[in-house]
Design a binder for this molecule. Structure first.
Ligand code: HEM
Length: 147
């Protein structure tokens, strides 16, 4: 029988479970979600604060969990999503692309934390914060003005 190194098994399980939950959460269907967009963002902020602390002290366990929670966060309610998508109009696709970049960076951080690779983790963390700011600069006002 072929024995795969542990980290390969871990990566396959991680990628499989994350893609299912990311599809489940990230495509924003949120039939059973009751979250407003702001509530969703504030729960992301809580995870980002935990992630910041764990990255600067190399707490790999906490960093993995916080990054994974950011990558697989619950989407907004369907009603809220319809308001946001209507406000975005033709920008909906670039919004989704921006969101996916944040999701993918959070997944990379979770893998870096699993591999106890602090240098890669802080580099991806820095890119994640930059990417979140880019998304906010492009979309925050549009959505806020839709309310
Ligand atoms: C780790 C990831 C993220 C964190 C920690 C975060 C955090 C926040 C925070 C703190 C706010 C302000 C909430 C308030 O008004 O009190 C906010 C608003 C917002 N964010 Fe994010 N954000 C993240 C990712 C994203 C991404 C990827 C997008 C878009 C692709 C996005 C789009 C928005 C929008 C549109 C608002 C305005 C919501 C509203 O006023 O209704 N955010 N975010």
């Amino acid at each position: 029988m072929v024995c795969f190194p542990k980290y390969i098994v871990f990566l396959v399980v991680l990628l499989f479970s994350s893609s299912v939950s990311a599809q489940h959460n990230h495509d924003g269907t949120g039939e059973d979600s009751t979250l407003s967009f702001v509530e969703m963002m504030i729960s992301l902020q809580t995870q980002l604060e935990i992630l910041t602390r764990s990255v600067i002290v190399d707490d790999f366990g906490e960093a993995h969990d916080a990054a994974y929670k950011i990558a697989t966060h619950e989407g907004p309610s369907l009603k809220e999503l319809q308001i946001v998508m209507k406000a975005l109009g033709g920008k909906a696709e670039s919004f989704e692309a921006c969101d996916k970049k944040v999701h993918d960076l959070a997944m990379k951080i979770a893998i870096n934390a699993h591999n106890k690779d602090g240098d890669a983790m802080v580099n991806n963390y820095t890119d994640l914060v930059k990417q979140v700011r880019t998304c906010h600069l492009e979309f925050r006002e549009i959505v806020q003005n839709a309310k």
